[in-house]
Design a protein around this ligand. Sequence first.
Ligand code: 13P
Length: 253
Amino acid sequence: MRKHIVAGNWKMNLTFTEADELLDDLMSELEKVELPRDTQVIVCPPFPYLEMASDYANDSYFMVGAQNVSDQEKGAYTGEVSAAMLESCEIDYCIVGHSERRAYYGETDALVAAKVNQLLAHGLKPIVCVGEVLEEREAGRQLDVVKKQVEGGLFHLSAEQMQQVIIAYEPVWAIGTGKTATPDQAQEIHAHIRSLLAAKYGQAVADEVSILYGGSCKPSNAKELFAKPDIDGGLIGGASLKAEDFMGIVQSF
Ligand code: 13P
């Protein structure tokens, strides 16, 4: 059965010393609790801190992910980081297609698909983000928008590849705004995504894919969200920057 996952997306936050402190706090907090075997904790720091995070992860319970990857294999792409590099640094996960990358760096579904291919070719698990903006929700178009993103970013994959993918539904209007989707609003989209997967790959594959919710998720609302049948955990921004808050969410299953 699919895993329960809480992943922290640190975004472009924290200095080296602050990152070190947060990882140290997180390790101490994780030592104190006994998590169910099907619960996976992932930390996604900025690139320069991946190695430090991996060192901590070796002695702790969490796994490490990157926040972005190149769509290209290697070569003259200044400033880019390849999936092969992440693989060689033993990074297991990578966020792809976050709404901030779609909005500020022009990432399209085709680019997301190419990045997903790179990650899978190098044995990393992509955490693929989808979600509608406020105007799209107000126009009642959220189901169509998410369908297009899921199809465009993922439906070229084989069923076997699809089972390596984690999907994160992040309504853009809920990211960093303090405005969380209600558990019912989130569940509707998660069930929609799972039904799209079931129609394309069959119910057994759809049941294996973890679908996370992201957008102002915090200890006070995580329990209600995670209680929904198709919400398998969270992709956490702001609340992942404090070990106590992040752990509060981790313990919400
Ligand atoms: P917040 O939790 O800060 O709303 O961010 C969510 C997010 O974008 C995680 O990827």
